[in-house]
Design a protein around this ligand. Structure first.
Ligand code: NI
Length: 193
């Protein structure tokens, strides 16, 4: 089932999400619904708060970045198999010199801004069977995880911008929260009746 994606301004996007216990009711269906929702919106990552659930869960599928329009492998060909479920993820280490990349977010349609992040992380997490991992990620994979992990702490990519840059976006952000935007997928806006 495709779920509506919560738009900028929704209070659930600002909350710190809660850990999930094994046996969490409806978890398997929720994960399936999140993949369906993410694919319908052509996203590469989706965090549970974005569909209104304040729990520590996000999914990624960065395989679209492994091929160009002609189906040829790109320099990110290793991302072909980067489809994963992350439960109770915590970044325990971040290192390296920050690098800029233009990020977007399904909760903030049409806005893309350069965000600087460190290139290497160590992540503790559990998979959908609650098996525990501690794993290192680099480059674009680390970037996607950092963005989604932020969602679980109530942080959006626009929160990383300079105060001036963010102020320049204020009008657009207000429009999005009020439903004045052109998203081609199902959304729920906090400031509409
Ligand atoms: Ni996002």
């Amino acid at each position: 089932m495709i779920l509506p994606i919560r738009a900028y301004g929704d209070p659930v996007l600002k909350k710190v999400a809660q850990d999930i216990e094994p046996g969490h009711t409806g978890l398997k269906q929720l994960i399936a619904d999140m993949f369906e929702t993410m694919y319908a919106a052509s996203g590469v990552g989706l965090a549970a708060p974005q569909i209104g659930q304040s729990i520590r869960l996000f999914i990624v599928d960065a395989s679209p970045f492994a091929e160009d329009e002609d189906g040829e492998p790109t320099e990110d060909a290793h991302l072909k198999d980067f489809k994963k479920v992350f439960i109770n993820p915590y970044i325990v280490e971040e290192e390296g010199e920050e690098w800029p990349f233009e990020e977007g977010c399904l909760s903030i349609p049409t806005i893309r801004e350069e965000v600087k992040r460190q290139p290497r992380i160590v992540l503790q997490y559990q998979d959908e069977n609650f098996k525990e991992y501690e794993e290192e990620f680099e480059g674009f994979a680390a970037r996607v995880i950092q963005h989604e992990h932020d969602h679980l702490d109530g942080v959006l990519f626009v929160d990383h911008l300079t105060p001036l840059r963010k102020r320049l976006l204020n009008g657009k952000l207000r429009d999005i929260s009020q439903g004045r935007t052109e998203a081609k997928y199902k959304m729920r806006f906090p400031m509409t009746k």
